[in-house]
Design a protein around this ligand. Structure first.
Ligand code: GSH
Length: 228
């Protein structure tokens, strides 16, 4: 019996990039999990994990947190199901994506932080404002006013992603695997809460995202989000 604790926003929005990785990884493995949506201020729901972030996965008595550790756990515990990494070399390469993704994530976050604030659950507004203003040392309004300053850095970060997709349909080759889910999570985060567009039709990344959204009976489209 698998249970996934994941982040919940207003209007049932699911905007955690790390939870999306786990959702996609479970689907890739063909595993079903009960989803327990948690607001930022619902940390008591997964306090048994001994830390304060989602995703948290419970598999019977086992508790695993941190999306990378969850992916490795699923790969090692369910080796007979489709592989997330395609072997030890693929696991090492996916680790690079895992370490690199926060660079893109931070740029996306700074660009859409006011949109996130507008879409966090009403119960979480005060927590989100306080914690993010402390983290960035600026008010949300100030960050919002500067939101378009990161476009050039985002384009630079996305350039190698586009270059790879000129040669192959997925980052992992002919079929998607965990490195694709890592990148996809961050695109799902922005699409879940922001009308801002980062990829347009005709862009290799847009086409890749459409293929990702088609996966697992359009799992990525099963949530409230802005138009593709
Ligand atoms: N390295 C962790 C990051 C998890 C993370 O940052 N989760 C965010 C949601 S996207 C969270 O739970 N934040 C709680 C908070 O900010 O209070 C992972 O990969 O799972």
């Amino acid at each position: 019996m698998l249970t996934l604790y994941e982040l919940l926003g207003a209007d049932d929005r699911r905007f955690s990039p790390y939870c999306w990785r786990t959702r996609m990884a479970l689907a890739h493995k063909g595993l079903k999990a009960e989803i327990i949506p948690c607001k930022f201020t619902d940390k008591h729901l997964f306090a048994f994990s001994g830390q304060d972030k989602v995703p948290v996965l419970k598999d019977g008595d086992r508790v695993v947190f941190d999306s990378w550790d969850i992916a490795c756990y699923l790969e090692d515990t369910y080796p007979d199901r489709p592989s997330l990494f395609g072997g030890p070399v693929g696991r090492c390469e996916a680790r690079f994506f895992n370490e690199w993704a926060p660079t893109l994530s931070r740029l996306f976050l700074l660009t859409v932080i006011k949109d996130i604030f507008d879409h966090v659950h009403p119960d979480d507004k005060a927590y989100f404002r306080l914690s993010r203003e402390q983290r960035f040392g600026k008010s949300l309004e100030q960050l919002g006013a500067e939101s378009d300053n990161h476009r050039a850095a985002i384009d630079a970060a996305m350039a190698p992603l586009r270059a790879v997709l000129e040669h192959q349909p997925f980052f992992c080759g002919d079929a998607p695997a965990y490195a694709d889910y890592i990148v996809f999570g961050h695109f799902q985060m922005v699409r879940s809460i922001s009308p801002k567009r980062f990829v347009e039709k005709g862009d290799a990344l847009y086409e890749w995202r459409s293929r990702m959204l088609d996966l697992f009976d359009s799992l990525g489209r099963s949530v409230n989000a802005y138009p593709e």
